[in-house]
Ligand binder design. Sequence first.
Ligand code: ATP
Ligand code: MG
Ligand code: FE
Length: 333
Amino acid sequence: MKILGIESSCDETAAAVYTGKGMESNVIASQAVHEQYGGVVPELASRAHHKTIWRTVQQSLDEAGVHINEIDAIAVTQGPGLMGSLLVGLCFAKGLSLSRDIPLVGVNHMDAHIYANFIDETPAYPFVALTVSGGHTQLVHVTAPFEHKLLGETRDDAAGEAFDKIGKILGLPYPAGPVIDERAKDGDPRFHDFPQAMLDNNFEFSFSGLKTSVKYFLEDQEDKEQFLEDHLDEICASVSYAITEVLVKKLRNAMEHTGVESVVLAGGVSANSMLRRKARELTKEMDCRLHIPKLAYCTDNAAMIAITGGMMAERDMYSDMELKPFASLSSRK
Ligand code: ATP
Ligand code: MG
Ligand code: FE
């Protein structure tokens, strides 16, 4: 089966082709226009998707050496994400589906982050997924393909959002997650003890207090600018430490509660080196298998949409022209 995956939920226009042989192409057009605003501007994102989507899809087909007429299913992100951005991908996919008579599959972006782990490996069910991205932080018990039980999630900011908002306070460019990760490698994580919230609660998270605590910590310094200049690496390391400690402690709770023998990390924050290392240590200690997508499949991409779409097509989980976007998981109909 040859699957064309299309992703446009946020600020990445992406397309990928998956065949029985593997991921044949994975094209991502990132939108630089948002950098100057320090975050994604929804209206600009929609316009940029509109401008690049055709070119991106054509490139993914060309790189894969596959003609559109050979495609067996078009998988497209249905949500969650920015409504205007989702609509561009969805309308494009529907048009292509209709004109070429190719079946359509609507894919949940958060499911796709999880199933990105199936591109290069085959995790065994049941497993626990720690899904950590720009908009979500969830612990999910996956008992079989597309059988998901939500164990807990964040009550406020997502882990990636915490990295990005704290980065803004530290004067770092958006998205700050990867920058903080790099700087943290040269810093002492014990430099300052930032709070780890909700440790007495099994599977839920809260990261908004951490951001406030970083803000006050900086304001308490006599010369904030100088302090930042002298200790940026240490602050980044201490912040990374606080966030990843909470994540792995909750992951441990979920593993003990479910008794699973495999764990997968998913979403943009699973690219974080400290999290990857701690998850490796934890799963080794608990004698469990750990799967982490390769870096290109952690942050938003269409390869994860293609693989998930393929798994859905195998199970006859097709969509029709009524397929509607949803902005958040809770608003899904
Ligand atoms: P969602 O998937 O919840 O809809 P999203 O699609 O915007 O949100 P992703 O693309 O999965 O999120 O991930 C982006 C997030 O991952 C950003 O917050 C970014 O800072 C963070 N991130 C990426 N790489 C790293 C890293 N190495 N360390 C920490 N955070 C990272
Ligand atoms: Mg992005
Ligand atoms: Fe995402």
